[in-house]
Every structure is written in structure tokens, then in C-alpha cells.
Design a protein around this ligand. Structure first.
Ligand SMILES: [Zn+2]
Ligand SMILES: [Zn+2]
Length: 261
């Protein structure tokens, strides 16, 4: 399996338009330039895209995303959904067949509302076609990957928590973004994963997101082989904050590739 972080920033990205750059944030370090949060997972020979922020197109070009076979929308917030129009290019390589989109019930309805022109069985001339599915708790992709889902609390919204098990190797990756806590079911699914990706906004507590100290506590309890924090704000300077994290827990950054080996 190969996970590429296409974006690791919070909803405004980093740096933020018209906001002063904090003196602690080193913009000469490219790891502190953050697209809106999304990731690309190659697993069992298939290409899975998790969310598409506003910089999805630029990230695909910068980091070389060759295909999207399945799309997973964690929830309907703009920083996860609004890059989806650029999925049209990936319809071309699918011979016009619609890209399956898995999300929560709310997520599916929002996709249908915003991209109503794209909800159909087939596209033509490379135009986008999406087919929405409310993600079941457990299913197997045609490529063999087992997908388990759970709902994560994110303020008044529920986010789809995703756990993928690679058929070829048995390796397991849990991707939990945009949540202020994990449910017992989410903890059960992610325990001992080979790779864990966790929301960790910044140092201070926040009502709708995990903050770094709480994310560290959860990561240590789950005991994944490697944990990466994402959805970071401009108050997180990569080098100095990453250096303070326990072993096997790291900050993700745009363009980072991890394999879970
Ligand atoms: Zn978000
Ligand atoms: Zn959100």
C-alpha cells in the first residue's frame, strides 16, 4: 500500500489569506505550506482518493495521481468536497464509467446537490460522472480491499472514519480526519493498525477537532506501528512540533508518501 498526502492543512489552508504569518512558522520549509486535507491511497492495485480539497488539481499534478477508481468523501465540509469537480479528468481513463463515491448519508446528499450535473451512469467527452453510495459498515472492493467504516463526532457533523485492509498483505490503515473524539467502535477498528492518520488541528483544544495532546493520547492507546497527524493549522511549525512528538508519531506534510511497511 502507498498513501500520498495531497493536503495536510486545516480548512483555510496554510498560510491563510490576509492573516499574518506567526513568527514561529517557517515558510522557507515547504512542509509548512499546506493544501486542504486529502489523501491518495494505492492499495491492491486500485487507486482510492479520500476527499478532494480546493487544491486537489494542483496536488494531482504536483504529486502524480494517475487514476481514481473509488472516491471516499469523509464529510460534506467545503475543504473536503470542493475539489471534486476535477474528478472529471479521471472519468476519461475509466472509459466514461462513473466513479463510485462512498460517504455518509449527508455527504452523498451534498455531492448530489453541488454536482447534480455529474450524477449519472456514464460520462461523455470526459465529463464527470459520479455514483453515490452510503458507505456500509463493511464491504469489499472488487480489487479485494476490505473497507470498514464508522462515524466520528465532528461538532454537529458526523465524519466517515475509514479503515482499509490490504488483501495482498493484510496491512491495515485507519484514516480518521475531522473529529473531536473517537467512538469505542472507531477505537476497536483502528487498534494495532499498521498506519494511522489522525486529525490533530493544533496545540490548543478545539470543539470540533482533536488537538495535538489529545491525538497523541489516542494514538498511544491505539498503538499503530506509525501514526501521522493531519489537518494542521498555521500555528504548527513542522520541524519544532514534530521533534516533540513521541517515537512513531509524526506530523504529515503535503507530498509525504508512506507505505505502512
Ligand atoms: Zn476539514
Ligand atoms: Zn470538517
Amino acid at each position: 500500500m502507498k498513501l500520498t498526502f495531497l493536503g495536510t492543512g486545516t480548512s483555510q489552508g496554510v498560510p491563510v489569506i490576509l492573516e499574518p504569518v506567526p513568527p514561529t512558522l517557517d515558510l522557507n520549509d515547504r512542509r509548512n505550506w499546506r493544501n486542504r486535507c486529502c489523501a491518495h491511497l494505492e492499495i491492491d492495485g486500485a487507486h482510492l482518493q479520500i476527499d478532494a480539497g480546493q487544491e486537489f488539481r494542483m496536488a494531482c499534478l504536483a504529486y502524480g495521481v494517475p487514476a481514481v477508481d473509488y472516491f471516499f468523501l469523509t464529510h460534506e465540509h467545503s475543504d473536503h468536497i470542493l475539489g471534486m469537480d476535477d474528478l472529471r479528468q479521471f472519468c476519461r481513463s475509466r472509459d466514461g464509467n462513473a466513479i463510485p463515491v462512498y460517504s455518509t448519508w449527508e455527504g452523498c446528499r451534498r455531492v448530489e446537490m453541488i454536482f447534480d450535473y455529474a450524477i449519472r451512469a456514464r460520462s461523455h467527452d470526459g465529463y464527470m460522472a459520479l455514483q453515490t453510495f452510503v458507505a456500509p459498515e463493511e464491504f469489499v472492493l472488487p480489487s479485494g480491499t476490505r473497507v470498514q467504516t464508522c462515524l466520528l463526532p465532528h461538532g454537529r457533523v458526523q465524519t466517515l472514519g475509514l479503515v482499509f485492509t490490504e488483501a495482498a498483505t493484510g496491512r491495515r490503515i485507519a484514516y480518521y480526519t475531522d473529529c473531536h473524539d473517537l467512538t469505542p467502535e472507531a477505537m476497536r477498528l483502528a487498534r494495532g493498525a499498521d498506519l494511522l492518520v489522525l486529525d490533530a488541528l493544533h496545540q490548543k483544544p478545539h470543539p470540533t477537532h482533536l488537538h495535538i495532546a489529545k491525538a497523541v493520547k489516542i494514538a498511544q492507546e491505539l498503538g499503530a506501528k506509525e501514526t501521522y497527524f493531519t489537518h494542521l493549522t498555521r500555528s504548527v511549525n513542522h520541524a519544532s512540533v514534530d521533534a516533540q512528538l513521541p517515537e512513531d508519531i509524526h506530523l504529515a506534510y503535503d507530498g509525504l508518501v508512506v507505505t505502512g511497511e
